[in-house]
Design a protein around this ligand. Structure first.
Ligand SMILES: [Zn+2]
Ligand SMILES: [Zn+2]
Length: 348
């Protein structure tokens, strides 16, 4: 048996090496490219699974500070009839495309506040969904200031939209659908879209003001997405009786280490920045303390400050973490079937 296994392993290694060597020649290159292209197109053509569930996809779990493979803030909220994003930071639309999300179904983007790591790819998301065949204008909903932001994005990309419609035709890329529509929300006032109820709440992210988070309720399941900010009374009230609270999380240990290391090396500007950011994100311990007082099934850290995917870095975030706390990863799924208790979590 052992001999047979060794023989099989040797054959596999030999075939692998022979295949790799054959790719030095044009004919095998062409055949392989043709095969891979067909597979890619088959993936693009497949129907997106739409179980009767609240589906959450992590399109970005990092922030602006840190050195990791995590994209900046982005969470997708999907049901059979809805597809929204909460924020769309740098790198997040690549995650949406890698995982084959149905961009033509994208209805809107809820913005939590106007820091660049939350809004950097608004136009990318608009473009991909427009090219993908979205049938209505993309709506961007956010706090006061959203209309000004959207007006300037529409103006900034007017040349881009014009070239694309001219190149592919008005029928394929209608110019009206390339424009984004802005809508300003009011904290505390729910937005009702069929069976999905979205409730914005005020977040404490001063001096970035206004800042909001959102609670999503769909057929007996619920999640809260914090955006950025400290824990406040609103966080507690809105997160009570929810399935999952997705919250930005700051590791005081890691950030103060960065602050002191920068100061010791004479990097005073950097040291001051690491000092300043500690007052407007929720620390891991503040989130743990708050979660003790409320009824929430899971708390998931995202928008890690600093963004890290190194083993030691993640260990630091996990220190003293209660059992129902998790650290999210890019392209991870959380599936909450309607009217049930279950939560399925898996990577893509
Ligand atoms: Zn941020
Ligand atoms: Zn922010």
């Amino acid at each position: 048996m052992r001999k047979f296994l060794l023989f099989s392993l040797a054959v596999i290694l030999f075939l692998g090496a022979a295949f790799r060597a054959s790719l030095e020649f044009e004919k095998p290159q062409d055949l392989t490219i043709e095969f891979l292209t067909k597979s890619l197109m088959q993936n693009a053509a497949r129907e997106f699974p739409s179980p009767d569930a609240l589906q959450i996809f992590m399109c970005g779990t990092g922030g602006p500070i840190g050195n990791s493979g995590r994209a900046q803030a982005c969470i997708a909220v999907i049901t059979p009839n809805h597809f929204y994003l909460v924020d769309v930071g740098a790198g997040s639309t690549a995650n949406l495309q890698k995982s084959g999300l149905p961009m033509k179904r994208l209805k809107g983007i809820f913005i939590t506040h106007f820091h660049s790591d939350h809004i950097a790819e608004i136009y990318e998301a608009n473009l991909i969904s427009w090219v993908g065949g979205r049938s209505k204008k993309l709506a961007v909903l956010g706090p006061e200031g959203t209309n000004t932001l959207i007006k300037s994005i529409n103006e900034t990309y007017s040349f881009d939209r014009r070239y694309r419609t001219k190149h592919h035709g008005e029928k394929l890329l209608p110019s009206a659908l390339g424009l984004i529509s802005g809508k300003e929300i009011i904290p505390g006032k729910p937005i009702i879209d069929g069976e999905l109820v979205v409730t914005p709440y005020s977040a404490d992210h001063s001096p970035a003001h206004p800042a909001v988070g959102y609670r999503f309720d769909y057929r007996g399941r619920s999640v809260v997405v914090s955006g950025d900010g400290n824990i406040n009374e609103q966080t507690k009230l809105i997160s009570h009786s929810t399935d999952i609270l997705f919250h930005d999380a700051l590791s005081r240990g890691l950030v103060s280490n960065l602050e002191h290391a920068a100061r010791d090396l004479g990097l005073d500007r950097l040291s001051k920045i690491f000092f300043d950011i500690q007052d407007y994100h929720a620390s891991t311990s503040a989130i743990s303390m708050m979660a003790r007082d409320i009824d929430v099934k899971f708390v998931v850290f995202y928008h890690l400050v600093p963004a890290t995917d190194a083993y030691l870095g993640e260990r630091e975030f996990k220190r003293n973490m209660p059992e129902n706390f998790l650290i999210s990863q890019d392209r991870q799924w959380y599936i909450l079937p309607s009217q049930e208790e279950e939560i399925k979590i898996f990577g893509d």
